[in-house]
Design a protein around this ligand. Structure first.
Ligand SMILES: [Zn+2]
Length: 264
């Protein structure tokens, strides 16, 4: 962008209408401005977090989201309304969808602020029913829905988030990792897996949720050669890999195991 400006004809010099439209919008929103002999970013900090951003593109995307929806918070009704459409599928008796939206926003903000972004991404992709499974894609012409990718052998075990939330292999991995130590009450099921229930050690549970999603995605294709007898272990290995890359999670996990003198 910096090489294009300098006079009013800079937009005409852009090679396609998409770029012209993006540049016009970026100028209108104050994302870029003309400064002497080149166009430069007006700010390099996030309008959401105030943190320094890596690129003009990232700043532009955030500014566009901000101009459309405002700041993501429990009090932003536009955000909650948009989320409700996706989150209502997890509704439980006596709990409103709005309340679930508020909880998800709080967890993403409070728990996610101390973790690498991929864990928050995994949380949102799960909460929005975004795992790559055959059941989700059946409406796109895929006729056959595969069985559980973890080969649990349970009747009607489909490649679907609803199954994985109760899959015996998933919860076997959870217990073998010692994660039940993080809470006195553990319930198997989608609301517990998605962090809508239970308040203890949400960070380590968010890591587990992300790890199961990553394991499902990898076993569907690039790691489909992994033998069925090793697939529960594959979840544990994925979890350990994810946790070891984050000092805070590694420390939290090791605290759970401290009494047994076991550590990652
Ligand atoms: Zn299963």
């Amino acid at each position: 962008m910096s090489t294009l400006a300098g006079n009013d004809s800079w937009k005409e010099n852009l090679p396609c209408f998409v770029l012209k439209r993006a540049a016009t919008e970026a100028e209108r929103l104050g994302i870029i401005h003309y400064d002497g002999n080149k166009w430069t970013p007006s700010r390099d900090t996030s309008c959401f977090s105030g943190r320094k951003l890596k690129s003009v593109q990232e700043r532009a995307v955030q500014q566009l989201v901000h101009s459309r929806l405002g700041i993501p918070s429990n009090f932003n009704t536009k955000v909650v309304e948009l989320m409700s459409d996706r989150i209502k599928r997890w509704k439980a008796p006596g709990v409103s969808t709005t309340s679930d939206c508020h909880r998800a926003l709080s967890i993403a903000r409070d728990v996610g602020k101390n973790l690498p972004a991929r864990f928050v991404f995994g949380f949102w992709q799960s909460v929005f029913y975004g795992w790559l499974t055959d059941t989700r894609f059946r409406h796109q012409g895929q006729v056959e829905i595969r069985s559980c990718i973890f080969s649990c052998g349970e009747p009607d075990a489909k490649d679907d988030f609803y199954h994985y939330a109760v899959c015996s292999k998933v919860w076997a991995a959870f217990y073998r990792l010692g994660l039940h130590r993080s809470s006195s009450v553990v319930q198997t099921g989608f609301r517990w897996l998605l962090l809508f229930e239970g308040d203890a050690n949400l960070s380590i549970r968010m890591a587990f949720l992300t790890s199961v999603m990553v394991a499902v995605h990898k076993l569907r294709s690039p790691h489909s050669h992994v033998h069925s007898s090793l697939r529960e272990k594959y979840i544990r290995d994925t979890f350990k890999e994810q946790v070891c890359s984050c000092p805070l999670l590694k420390s939290t996990f090791n605290e759970l195991w401290a009494r047994d003198v076991f550590a990652l």
